[in-house]
Design a protein around this ligand. Structure first.
Ligand SMILES: Cc1ncc(COP(=O)(O)O)c(C=O)c1O
Length: 414
């Protein structure tokens, strides 16, 4: 049953190859570990790209899921269901206590909701355009790749959806200059994830807020990867702007770990925008099903009860400091560490001798070496690998991750 070759072969033969998969066939998980078909254990510091935020096979989540599955799985948004309302209320509370939420299934779909919200709000003024940033990633739909500030995702898919232009991330002057009479909104990731963990500064986000206020533009934030307590507060912007308590975007998107590993996306829209998308303007069959909402509610309950936001800040800070020491010890391999809380990017030197014989990006090569050593991490761009562990990671597990990284780096440096 668990023969790794047949697991792999069946997928290679039958699944459209949109992903270059690592040579790992994973069969089950427990806590912060996953296991391959040969029974080898891996410490999971990838969590399915920042998604399984409470690790694997969490007994409380499994019980909540089973209980809800025994009651009501899906009925559609034609009707009222309790878990969806409870979750919406919770998310509105997390966003500051006002506004409303829309539920969908993925990050790309949550961002589509932002584009439609911005277009509808601005259509009478003809302000259909959204400025986004270079290096950003907003998903794989046609509008998502148009919004994304990376050429590689767009190749072959022209003509692009109209109405997106890109400006350098962090550059307020360039953003101000790029605003045209057609511009209606600015969309940024508080922490760019896919392109290598680049954090917005408080001055940048405050400057964008001021600019949007001055020019009557919407400030939209993509919280898909950096949200849901990964940085220590529910939203990444709440961590970055902790000394600006009045800061708030006009709307933001969520997905990934929102339902701790089940597919769920959402958009929070502030009060002035909360009713722009009325009946018939937008929707999705699976958005906010009782099953996925109950799972998300239980995940939020566990995160709050166990103070995992504090854990993310403390363990994330600890890992960051330890990586800095590794950078000082192995400068020929490691360049820089960036991030907030448990969203950590480690940049590699491009000239690692052991990697020069392969054309593969160094980020992929190190992730493969770490797999061999029993640690799962995620590449980000060509030179960076990401640590995105579960929020309930222990200090012992953090130390295990650090010692695996050191053992691999030591070999590469020698
Ligand atoms: C910041 C950001 N936005 C949007 C997306 C797209 O999310 P999904 O893959 O759920 O469509 C991602 C996925 O990596 C992301 O990191």
């Amino acid at each position: 049953m668990n023969d790794p070759d047949s697991i792999k072969q069946r997928i290679d033969d039958n699944v459209i190859p949109t992903y270059s998969r690592f040579d790992l066939s994973l069969t089950h998980g427990e806590g912060s570990h996953v296991f391959d078909a040969d029974g080898k254990s891996y410490l999971d510091f990838g969590t399915g790209i920042a998604t399984a935020c409470l690790g694997h096979s969490n007994p409380e989540l499994s019980a909540a899921l089973a209980e809800q599955a025994g009651k009501l799985t899906h009925v559609s948004n034609l009707y009222y269901t309790e878990p969806q309302g409870l979750l919406a209320e919770k998310l509105v509370h997390m966003a500051g206590g006002s506004g409303k939420v829309f539920f969908c299934n993925s990050g790309a779909e949550a961002n589509e909701t932002l584009y439609k919200l911005a277009r509808l709000r601005n259509h009478e003024e003809g302000q259909f355009e959204i400025l986004t940033t270079l290096g950003s990633f907003h998903g794989r739909t046609l509008a998502g790749i148009a919004a994304t500030g990376q050429a590689k995702v767009k190749e072959g898919f022209a003509p692009a959806v109209e109405g997106f232009r890109h400006v350098p991330f962090g550059d307020l002057d360039a953003t101000r200059e790029a605003i045209s009479p057609a511009t209606g909104a600015i969309l940024v990731e508080p922490i760019q994830g896919e392109s290598g963990i680049h954090c917005a500064t408080p001055d940048y986000l405050a400057g964008l807020r001021n600019l949007c206020n001055e020019r009557n533009l919407l400030l939209l934030l993509d919280e898909v990867q950096c949200g849901h307590f990964r940085t220590g507060k529910f939203f990444g912007w709440q961590t970055i702007m902790s000394s600006h308590p009045d800061f708030s975007p006009d709307a933001c998107s969520m997905a990934k770990s929102l339902s701790a590993g089940l597919p769920m996306g959402a958009v929070w829209a502030s009060e002035p925008l909360q009713d722009v998308l009325g009946p018939g303007t937008h929707g999705t069959t699976f958005g906010g099903t009782p099953l996925v909402s109950a799972h998300a509610l239980k995940a939020l309950e566990i995160i709050e009860r166990d103070d995992l936001a504090k854990n993310a800040t403390e363990i994330g800070g600890y890992i960051g400091k330890q990586i800095e020491q590794l950078i000082a010890a192995y400068p020929s391999v490691l360049r820089e560490v960036r991030g907030l809380g448990l969203m950590i990017g480690i940049e590699l030197s491009e000239n690692i001798k052991a990697f020069t014989s392969s054309k593969k990006p160094v980020s992929l090569q190190i992730v493969n070496c770490l797999h061999e050593a029993g640690l799962i991490t995620i590449p980000a761009g060509a030179k960076v690998f990401r640590l995105l562990p579960p929020l309930n990671i222990s200090k012992t597990e953090a130390d295990k991750c650090l010692s695996i990284i050191e053992s691999v780096i030591k070999k590469l440096a020698s």
